[in-house]
Ligand binder design. Structure first.
Ligand SMILES: C[S@@+](CC[C@H](N)C(=O)[O-])C[C@H]1O[C@@H](n2cnc3c(N)ncnc32)[C@H](O)[C@@H]1O
Ligand SMILES: Nc1nc2[nH]cc(C(=O)O)c2c(=O)[nH]1
Ligand code: SF4
Ligand SMILES: [Mg+2]
Length: 236
């Protein structure tokens, strides 16, 4: 059986972002990404200099680890990365769902996969201008089509500045049927440094006040809850 490149598997913890915030979750972090966002908070799953730390695992190896971490109790498994859509997680999802586990996937929407259709939650997180990346909207549309039968699809956009904020409005206008979550960007991504909690609360406050002042009521605005709790620690 072919193997997948896995950066880390951890949990159970609570989902810190987006529509599943607070949900007990085991994370499977795939190694490798087709993007290089300037502010990426998981470079250890992206940059090729960390490639040697990614473990080749079969679907059964990953499934064993999920079961061990969850003590065999079905919960939500979140596929993240890097870009999990580079690899074939279809067999893992089939195996887990047959045992009552639920699956979410976080991806930037650059690569479409047939297995998006069997997810419970597909989180598409198109990258705003501050990232230095530019979404390919044809590829993004292909992701939406690939996930047409997923339980639900939502958009999550990271906001660092005014340009990102205005861009997020244009994305919502393009996809009016999709729930949109905004998340303030975290500029402090060094796991060795403590996060400045008041500064983080300030960014959340400023984004919230701006959206409310604008009468932008068709969004949800959330912090990265795990960063509030554990800072930039890995594996939480
Ligand atoms: C690390 S990415 C992995 C999944 C996929 N590559 C993606 O970007 O959607 C998971 C989520 O973290 C967000 N993220 C990454 N770096 C961040 C930062 N510095 N501040 C806030 N959110 C960040 C991404 O935008 C994405 O929504
Ligand atoms: N608790 C927790 N929630 C998360 N939501 C998205 C994460 C990610 O890095 O993909 C993440 C993570 O690493 N930990
Ligand atoms: S797409 Fe996601 S994992 Fe890849 S560099 Fe950007 S934030 Fe990091
Ligand atoms: Mg993260």
């Amino acid at each position: 059986m072919s193997s997948l490149r896995i950066s880390e598997i951890f949990g159970p913890t609570i989902q810190g972002e987006g529509i599943l915030i607070g949900e007990p979750t085991v994370f499977v972090r795939a190694g490798g990404c087709d993007y290089r966002c300037s502010w990426c908070d998981t470079p250890h799953a992206v940059d090729s200099e960390h490639r040697s730390s990614w473990t080749p695992m079969t679907t059964f190896d990953i499934w064993d680890e999920i079961q061990r971490l969850s003590d065999g109790q079905p919960l939500t498994v979140s596929l993240s990365g890097g870009n999990p859509a580079i690899q074939d997680f279809g067999p893992l999802i089939a195996l887990g769902r047959a045992q009552g586990y639920r699956f979410a996937c976080e991806t930037q929407g650059s690569i479409a996969r047939g297995w998006f259709n069997v997810l419970d939650t597909l989180v598409l997180s198109p990258k705003p201008p501050s990232s230095g990346e530019r979404p390919d909207w044809e590829a993004f549309d292909a992701c939406l089509r690939a996930g047409a039968n997923a339980g639900r699809t939502i958009l999550k956009i990271v906001i660092f500045d005014d340009e990102d904020y205005n861009w997020a409005k244009t994305v919502q206008a393009r996809f009016p049927g999709l729930p949109l979550f905004l998340q303030p960007g975290n500029p402090e991504i060094d796991p060795a440094q403590p996060v400045d909690l008041p500064a983080m609360a300030d960014r959340l406050r400023l984004l919230t006040e701006r959206a409310m002042r604008d009468g932008w009521f068709s969004v949800r605005i959330l912090p990265q809850l795990h960063v509030f709790i554990w800072g930039n620690q890995r594996g939480v």
